[in-house]
Design a protein around this ligand. Structure first.
Ligand SMILES: Cc1ncc(COP(=O)(O)O)c(C=O)c1O
Length: 384
């Protein structure tokens, strides 16, 4: 529910532990860092950040972003192949506007990010879910689907997927890109968790295959700095850059978020982003360990999952006969919540799955939340 004097999107009951919240808690947000960046930039006698911005995005910011990404992706990234967005969601919406017509078929993973499904519904696209396994998109299933349908685009979260946590191996990435060239569809790779890898380095970002001309890579500062910044980027070949920045939206309103770009440029150039990422990695690594231990102790015999190596989520499989929406209703009485699997399905399936996020709460609350979940599960009649 929305009230007048509310600033943030989520308005959680403080008594409820909501594992559904897929964003960091306020204590983890970089307030002092942004205060320093703003003080430094706003002290300069340069009002350009208050002007309509260059359509492709502030060149100085894109230069700093290209240097940062080249280092973190361990691959050379050209600032001319970056377009500044106001987040992955906005980029996805713009790509749908420019590259699709109502009624077009698009392929998504099963499961996929449930709010991307909302954006596709806004554009009246026909969504075909493609099977995944523990290593992400099943490329054989994709090939089989391509024999019957011609998608305009395929939407994929290749690294630390939301919700499954799966990461697509290099060999599958290569096959996927080859198929996109052969069958002439675009890959929209939502890589917002790529830089949140807590163990080994992930395979190369799909954005690094942009030279194929079929890949549009989406990145965002929402997960690596702060969602309120509404700042992200698209990495793609020059023909796509032109398509994006010559759109009516950019022509009328100028480049997206020039003010925020100027502040985040300071964060990148000063090396503060790297330091903040180190802090996030250490925090989330510890939370994964805490949640993993609690799940094993309380629910070890009733749920199956792969411990995530990055991102924000645990994706739990419950016994086949158990509908996680039934559990969700019961959980309200125990003041715990989560996202039921069906929300992530393109076809009303995945009813015996649930997604838990560890981004919002600290270790002790994560443990308490799992205790509440166990009590809620215990309270269900044995037949469900
Ligand atoms: C896979 C995925 N894409 C996009 C977003 C939203 O990104 P942004 O805040 O950059 O619009 C999220 C946030 O939960 C996400 O999980």
């Amino acid at each position: 529910m929305h009230t007048h004097f509310q600033t943030t999107q989520s308005h959680a009951d403080p008594d409820v532990i909501d594992f559904g919240a897929g964003h960091p808690g306020d204590a983890l947000l970089p307030l002092t860092l942004m205060q320093a960046a703003a003080a430094q930039r706003l002290a300069l006698p340069d009002a350009s950040l208050l002007q309509y911005g260059l359509e492709q995005g502030d060149g100085y910011f894109r230069h700093a972003l290209a240097a940062f990404l080249s280092r973190r992706y361990a691959a050379p990234i050209d600032m001319d192949h970056l377009f500044v967005s106001s987040g992955a969601s906005q980029a996805l919406d713009l790509i749908c506007t420019l590259y699709t017509q109502p009624g077009d078929v698009i392929f998504v993973e099963e499961p996929t990010y449930f709010l991307a499904l909302r954006i596709f519904a806004d554009h009246r696209l026909k969504v075909t879910p493609i099977a995944t396994d523990a290593q992400g998109l099943d490329i054989d299933a994709l090939e089989a689907a391509l024999a019957n349908q011609r998608p305009k685009l395929l939407y994929i979260i290749p690294t630390h997927q939301n919700p499954s946590g799966a990461t697509l191996p290099l060999e599958r990435r290569q096959r996927l890109v080859a198929l996109s060239m052969q069958h002439n569809f675009l890959i929209v790779a939502d890589e917002v968790y790529h830089l949140l890898s807590y163990a080994a380095a992930p395979p190369p970002a799909l954005a690094t295959f942009a030279d194929s001309g079929t890949v549009l890579g989406l990145g965002s500062f929402s997960k690596i700095l702060a969602p309120g910044l509404r700042l992200g980027w698209v990495q793609a070949a020059p023909q796509h850059m032109t398509r994006l920045y010559t759109s009516g939206l950019l022509d009328s309103g100028g480049g997206l978020n020039p003010f925020t770009s100027a502040l985040v440029r300071v964060v990148l150039e000063e090396g503060w982003e790297d330091a903040y990422l180190d802090k996030l990695h250490a925090t989330y690594r510890q939370r994964i360990a805490a949640l993993d231990a609690a799940l094993q102790a309380e629910l070890g015999d009733r749920v199956h999952y792969l411990t995530p190596a990055g991102g924000y989520f645990f994706w739990l499989r419950l016994p086949d006969a158990l509908d996680s929406e039934t559990l969700l209703q019961r959980a309200a009485a125990y003041k715990v919540s989560f996202r039921p699997g069906v929300r992530f399905s393109g076809c009303g399936g995945l009813r015996n799955y649930m997604r838990l996020s560890f981004a919002f709460y600290e270790d002790a609350q994560l443990r308490e939340g799992v205790r509440r979940l166990r009590t809620a599960l215990d309270s269900l009649p044995a037949s469900v």
